[in-house]
Design a protein around this ligand. Structure first.
Ligand code: AMP
Ligand code: ZN
Length: 146
């Protein structure tokens, strides 16, 4: 069920909406009118942070452009802060969309995963290869016209 709470659309059965609403505690890093950043409770690496829109949306397509813009401004703020506060060597920005991609919580979120030399994580597996013909065809097919 969707309610309008404090100017935000809220789903009763969504963990992240309940965090936004203060019903579940979180380790808050930053918040503003449209976004919230907090530590992932089950981190991949030290400092793993999630950034979410305060207005519930399952994925990026369902979000208003202004909320997408606000979200990535917050991602940049958190990354800038991590650069000075953590001794990280790099980071991954990850969005899982759909169960096949590993999305467990159906409230859009961007993972900011600090990376450290020898942290043992490998995101670079290549499970597919395209021929040049297929690359050509795909570039035409996916070409953005809107
Ligand atoms: P995803 O698989 O992309 O849907 O990621 C969901 C993430 O939310 C996982 O990394 C979880 O560890 C994290 N998570 C689940 N519940 C909480 C919570 N209450 N506070 C912080 N992070 C959470
Ligand atoms: Zn939600």
């Amino acid at each position: 069920m969707t309610n309008k709470v404090l100017g935000c659309y809220y789903m009763d059965d969504c963990i992240f909406c309940r965090i936004i609403n203060g019903e579940i505690p979180s380790y808050t890093i930053y918040q503003d009118e449209k976004t919230l950043a907090f530590l992932d409770i089950n981190p991949n690496t030290r400092g793993h942070t999630l950034v979410i829109p305060k207005k519930h949306a399952k994925n990026i397509i369902d979000m208003e452009d202004t909320d997408v813009e606000a979200l990535f401004r917050t991602v940049k703020k958190v990354v800038s802060s991590m650069k000075v506060s953590l001794d990280l060597d790099g980071l991954n920005l990850v969005v899982n969309q759909g169960e096949v991609a590993g999305q467990v919580i159906h409230h859009f979120h961007c993972h900011i995963i600090p990376r450290y030399v020898d942290d043992g994580i490998n995101y670079s597996s290549k499970g597919y290869s395209s021929s040049t013909e297929e690359l050509e065809e795909l570039a035409g097919k996916i070409s953005v016209n809107i």
